[in-house]
Design a protein around this ligand. Structure first.
Ligand code: PLP
Length: 373
């Protein structure tokens, strides 16, 4: 079976974890800080706070942004549900802005249309690993005094103009996930990056029960926090994976360019890329087909040959929770809905063998040959 994404783990990773398992600290030890420091260095930011998963990272970013009930937060319907769920966790109101159909990223014009005097923050998502138009979004945020939290769960290693995603040049905080399908993994895991010392201290407190250290054994709890800590053995896996990240990115991009070349004469839309403006991190390789019927046929055809493609994503506003709460109708976000109808993510991950890649290419070509005959 060839999945759409999976981890790459080698002996270095395994040895790093085993070594930490034999040490004194399994959690709250030195590997946590080491990983955070190395991650911060990689993306070029002052502070990194590791947490138990990407969803926890989004939750803490909303709390640190001081989003309160009835505050509005603007995000894209074309993402994993956690991007919007985090707004709901803190009682905020999720406001969606439709995507640009070429980049599949949130459309800045749509963001501006959705701003009210209750809007407090924007969560742009770098869909598939292609950076959003951060200069535009940053300008909007400055004009209306809004916080920006980048959901960069797809975009570790991506570059926007001269800014590495995660350096927070155009945002207050950036969130990453270390789930096995993402660029690097710690099993479950995630982090928040920021250049603000104030946000950094708040995130540290919220990650560990809201504990504010005083002296000796004394501490205070001023605000409810959580236990969202990442363990030391997970962080040692993270350190080991980070050493391989540039390699992983190279492999992903090579697969994407091989697909682009092989698929260029097929009646499909290949992913938008602009090497002049962006360095695409290719978390996903998303093609667009003619319609839902053809997409589902290709999905089934691949599955019969043991290739598991995936649909990213069912638009968040169409889920019962959001539909019932906000009374959304079909066609409220036409670009996101049309993308959903046609999109399919083909396998792309660093441990894919040449044989796996050829297998995917040949099977996709076979499908279209059969279809046209
Ligand atoms: C993976 C992902 C998340 C959630 O991360 P977890 O670590 O699985 O909690 C959030 N947003 C996006 C866009 C993601 O792809």
């Amino acid at each position: 079976m060839i999945p759409y994404g999976r981890q790459y783990i080698d002996d270095d990773d395994i040895n790093a974890v085993v070594e930490t398992l034999k040490s004194d600290y399994l959690t709250t030890g030195s590997k946590v800080q080491e990983f955070e420091q190395k991650f911060a260095n990689y993306v070029g930011v002052k502070y990194t706070v590791s947490v138990s998963n990407g969803t926890a990272a989004l939750h803490l970013a909303m709390l640190a942004s001081n989003i309160k009930p009835d505050d509005e937060v603007i995000t894209t319907p074309m993402s994993f549900s956690a991007t919007a769920n985090c707004i709901e966790y803190v009682g905020g109101k999720t406001v969606f802005a439709d995507i640009n159909k070429i980049t599949n990223n949130i459309n800045p014009d749509e963001i501006e249309n959705k701003i009210t005097d209750k809007t407090k923050a924007i969560i742009p998502v770098h869909y598939a690993g292609l950076p959003c138009d951060m200069e535009r979004i940053y300008k909007i945020a400055k004009d209306y005094n809004l916080i920006i939290v980048e959901d960069a769960c797809h975009a570790l290693g991506a570059i926007y103009k001269n800014s590495i995603i995660g350096d927070c040049l155009y945002s207050d905080m950036t969130v990453f996930s270390f789930h096995p399908v993402k660029h690097i993994t710690t099993g479950e895991g995630g982090c928040i990056t920021t250049n603000s010392e104030k946000l950094y201290n708040k995130l540290l407190e919220l990650r560990s029960h809201g504990i504010k250290r005083r002296n000796h054994w004394f501490y205070d709890i001023k605000e409810l926090g959580f236990n969202y800590r990442l363990t030391d053995f997970q962080c040692s896996l993270g350190i080991s994976q980070l050493n391989k990240l540039d390699n992983f990115l190279g492999k992903r991009r090579n697969i994407a360019y091989t697909y682009n070349e092989e698929f260029k004469d097929l009646p499909i839309e290949i992913p938008y890329d602009d090497n002049y403006l962006y360095y695409h991190a290719y978390h996903l390789y998303v093609i667009k087909l003619k319609n839902n019927i053809q997409r589902t046929m290709l999905y089934d055809y691949l599955k019969k040959k043991d290739i598991l493609s995936q649909v990213h994503y069912i638009p968040i506003h169409t889920f019962s929770y959001y539909k019932n709460k906000y009374n959304y109708q079909w066609w409220d976000f036409p670009e996101a809905e049309q993308h959903y109808e046609k999109c399919l993510s083909l396998p792309i991950y660093p441990s894919m063998s040449e044989e796996d890649i050829d297998n995917v290419i040949n099977t996709v070509k076979e499908f279209f040959k059969n279809e046209s005959s």
